[in-house]
Design a binder for this molecule. Structure first.
Ligand code: FPP
Length: 242
């Protein structure tokens, strides 16, 4: 699948709600409208994989009422958006732990994964109960088990093998966007973002729309990505286009 992989830390729901004089959870409700808008716009903007940080493993520390609302919203999203996602060729998969997701939300999520499995226009990955450190630790455990069982030599515990277990073959994000002004990664895709371009938007997630995504992508396309190499000379660039 060619096209860009964009990952988004959807931040600022609570602050947005507070600024409107609303309870925090109303920011999450409004955030679902942003998810819908960005998912609709992504394929036309050249995005083929979109990874959204919907619930971090640290979010369990939030009040149970807010956590409950978030999973209620997730379930509602999976049920209500199903037909449109299928019609638009969106394939939805989840990354993160599944064993703590409330049963009704998990059922809806897995149903959506099955129903959208044939989608080829956009791969929408929802990070739910996700922790990047936990994902890396899990991959290391998998290789360590193989070593303990004598199926793998320690020298064969390579970066490539770890990469495959962590990314499951999904290319690293080209661009990571975090909304609402904070500049940190919050345990999101730590391994995968080694060469990802970072973009911090001041806009809170509930106000983030396709124009903001288009702006981030325009900024990204102006950047020169070097992946540790030296910048190409003008002559080399000319040879490359011939
Ligand atoms: C961060 O804002 C946002 C979240 C923890 C949840 C994001 C969830 C959604 C947008 C809705 C559900 C998602 C889907 C895919 C249906 P915050 O609450 O930390 O904001 P704050 O920093 O202003 O408090």
């Amino acid at each position: 699948m060619s096209g860009l992989h964009v990952a988004i830390i959807m931040d600022g729901n609570g602050r947005w709600a507070k600024a409107q004089g609303l309870p925090r959870w109303r920011g999450h409700v409004a955030g679902v409208d942003s998810v819908r808008d960005v998912v609709r716009a992504a394929p036309d903007l050249g995005v083929r994989v979109l990874t959204l940080y919907a619930f971090s493993s640290d979010n369990w520390k939030r009040p149970p009422m807010e956590v409950g609302r978030l999973f209620w919203l997730l379930r509602r999203y999976c049920i209500r958006e199903r037909d449109e996602l299928v019609a638009n060729g969106v394939r939805v998969t989840a990354i993160g732990r599944r064993d703590r997701i409330p049963a009704a939300a998990l059922r809806a999520l897995e149903q959506l994964e099955r129903d959208t499995a044939e989608g080829t226009k956009l791969h929408l990955r929802l990070a739910i109960d996700y922790s990047s450190r936990a994902a890396i630790a899990e991959a290391v455990r998998t290789l360590a088990r193989q070593v303990a069982e004598g199926r793998l030599a320690p020298a064969e515990m390579t970066e490539q093998k770890l990469n495959h277990l962590i990314t499951r073959g999904v290319a690293q994000p080209d661009l990571l966007i975090r909304t609402a002004g904070e500049r940190r990664l919050s345990d999101f895709l730590l391994w995968e973002v080694a060469y990802t371009e970072l973009y911090f938007s001041p806009t809170a997630w509930p106000a983030f729309r396709r124009e903001h995504l288009a702006e981030a992508l325009a900024d990204f396309r102006r950047r020169e990505r070097r992946f540790g190499a030296v910048p190409a000379t003008r002559e080399e660039r000319q040879v490359a286009v011939v």
